[in-house]
Design a protein around this ligand. Structure first.
Ligand SMILES: [Mg+2]
Length: 229
């Protein structure tokens, strides 16, 4: 068997970040009575989302810290709507970070593919997510039992796609590059990183988004991994 180690991204690859996030945002919108500021959830969400993506890209570039990222993304919808609700935004941000990792929705086929892979390979997590929440997500959702090692960028000191991240992981596993397979949903973080360091990879494109990038394998459903591994 060629591969020994399968390196899985967590958010959006196994743990359904989008659904879990939406559940939490709706829950807090209701509980903190944000309808006094925004006529409906969608209006609030659209404002949140447009700025959130920009803030994440700034965070990835090291321009802002995670505390600032978390606060600003919830403060922004209030600010652009003309409300100076800093305290409420802080409360929302704090609750969001606490609650969303407790949600347990997984990507379709996640458990099935992990059950299939577990007896054949060593499975590990490689993630750029926040240190204090990734372990909670893994435990709460029951994913932790499938994985031997969890590699979190904050502990390594650099994020995917930095080559050093992948080098660190492969070295820590006492593995050779050829023995490792990377699986992830982000072309920019997971796949570019794998390619630059010379690791085989599977691009999980669940929404079948069109692109012109060359990738080794591409799937739109996790169970398609059975045809590869
Ligand atoms: Mg991801």
């Amino acid at each position: 068997m060629k591969y020994q180690h399968i390196l899985f991204d967590l958010d959006h690859t196994l743990w359904d970040f989008h659904t879990n996030s939406m559940i939490t945002l709706r829950e807090l919108f209701r509980e903190l009575e944000l309808k006094h500021f925004f006529k409906d959830f969608d209006l609030f969400f659209n404002l949140y989302e447009e700025n959130n993506l920009r803030l994440w890209s700034e965070y990835r570039k090291g321009l802002i810290g995670k505390k600032e990222l978390n606060f600003q993304r919830f403060y922004y919808p209030f600010k652009v709507s003309g409300y100076d609700e800093e305290e409420l935004a802080r409360k929302f941000a704090g609750e969001y970070v606490k609650r969303s990792p407790l949600k347990t929705e997984l990507m379709p086929g996640a458990v099935e593919i992990l059950e299939y892979l577990k007896p054949k390979y060593n499975l590990h997590i490689i993630t750029n997510g926040f240190l204090e929440v990734q372990d909670v997500k893994l435990k709460k959702s029951g994913l932790d039992k499938y994985f031997e090692r969890v590699f979190i960028s904050e502990l390594i000191g650099v994020q995917k796609p930095d080559v050093y991240f992948f080098e660190y992981v492969v070295k820590s596993l006492n593995a050779s590059k050829k023995e490792c397979m990377v699986i992830g949903d982000s072309y920019e973080a997971d796949i570019i990183g794998a390619k630059n360091f010379g690791l085989d990879h599977i691009f999980y494109n669940s929404t079948r988004k069109k692109h012109n990038n060359s990738v080794m394998y591409e799937i739109s459903h996790l169970t398609e991994i059975k045809d590869i591994l």
